[in-house]
Design a binder for this molecule. Sequence first.
Ligand code: ADE
Ligand code: ZN
Length: 327
Amino acid sequence: MTADFPKVELHLHLEGAAPPAFVRGLAKQKSIDISGIFDARGTYSYNDFWHFLKVYEAATSVLTSPEDYARLTRAVLEESAASGVVYCESFLSPDFCGGRDVAAWRDYLAAIREAADEAERAHGIVLRGIVTAIRHFGPEKARETALCAAETAGDWIVGFGIAGDEKAGKPADFAWSFDCAREAGLRLTAHAGEWGGPESVRDALDAFRPARIGHGVRAIEDPRLVERLAEDGIVLEVCPGSNVALGLYKDWRAHPIERLRAGGVKVTVSTDDPPFFHTTMAREFDRLAEDLGWDADDFAELNRNAAEAAFCDEATRAELIKKLEAA
Ligand code: ADE
Ligand code: ZN
């Protein structure tokens, strides 16, 4: 059991971490009918990635106020802390938090931060936010999202990224948003190489110049791209449980994380949307140990990669490294 081992998670969608019972509770309270997104056992139900995105958005539709996000943040961080997570970066979308209106986004962000501060006091877990555009919502909405990000960039909103349907549009369509975020001092990450192949990763690298790639696992299909990632020190936010649950790989043994690492790529491990994929950070580490034979040294390497690639300020990073080394 690896629950006690300290962990750093860099790739977590806040809405995607909402427990089904939490979402059902809010739906009932607000008389929103989302019964179709659950199976008979009450867990999220979807057929493939694109259906998953629809179910995700339906679940998110019950989160309609800053207070809902504060409650969600408290619930998610309590669960993460129980899994041993000591530092977490979460994707936050102004699309869902106030419809990309800057003033409304500030209200949502204030509520999330207050809940995160509370969780830090209660459980010692540190949260930072990455503002995230949704690719299939299109470039115009991504620009508005980047403006929300730029307005709130600082010691807590530390990054900008893009998630959603990797097949929608081209990275170049979103370059303005990434340039805007970069100019505001934000660090950059982009989902790529999950449902798109190596060319999708290459296009994202060229258009966005990100420090990290979300997933990026399909880079394994092109040895020259693996070399480029290794040489340029691009860190992958790998989410093996998510990839297996969504059917990208048939099981953990077929997952390329070990081969990417052997190719010199800096990998980290995260859960993506834990209840959707029946996972937690402790379960991800358990599978790494049981299916891939990873041990405490391998986990320490994961943590080192993640701490070095975290988008937080240097004082926060130093504190995190101290905590990891003490353990
Ligand atoms: N949004 C939430 N989870 C995602 C994933 N795995 N890929 C792309 N967008 C997402
Ligand atoms: Zn993701």
